[in-house]
Ligand binder design. Structure first.
Ligand code: FES
Length: 127
């Protein structure tokens, strides 16, 4: 069996929503001390909905695929839904990740939650 699903390979080779949002409403940056990978998420929020999302990931194939898939899952979604996003949902949407690569999807969850916290801090709104 191939190590990675076709979806992982697709999102790794053609990542969606890569880049920076200059006037982002929330920015989250997280890293994994063990592997050294870093992920940054930018959120543009309007009327409690994620209008736009972009990411920069300096990391492995699974981290890039996880960030890409996570952006697709949250784009256009209300913040209440985005708050619930788990790394498991990201990994499932990618048709699975090898066990020892699950931590890469955790980065995506953490980066999004951190961006939401940043948004809350800046606006005083509870998300
Ligand atoms: Fe660390 Fe993938 S190996 S995020």
């Amino acid at each position: 069996m191939a190590l990675y699903s076709e979806k992982v390979m697709d999102h790794f080779r053609n990542p969606r929503n890569v880049g920076v949002i200059e006037d982002a409403d929330g920015i989250g940056e997280v890293g994994n001390a063990k592997c050294g990978d870093i992920m940054r998420m930018y959120l543009k929020i309007e009327d409690d909905v994620v209008k736009d999302v972009k990411f920069e990931t300096f990391g492995c194939a699974s981290a890039i695929a996880s960030s890409s898939m996570a952006t697709e899952l949250i784009k256009g979604q209300p913040l209440s839904e985005v708050r619930q996003l788990t790394n498991k949902a990201v990994a499932e949407a990618l048709d699975g990740l090898p066990d020892y690569k699950m931590h890469c999807s955790v980065l995506a969850e953490e980066a999004i939650q951190s961006a939401l916290e940043d948004y809350s801090r800046k606006t005083g709104k509870q998300v």
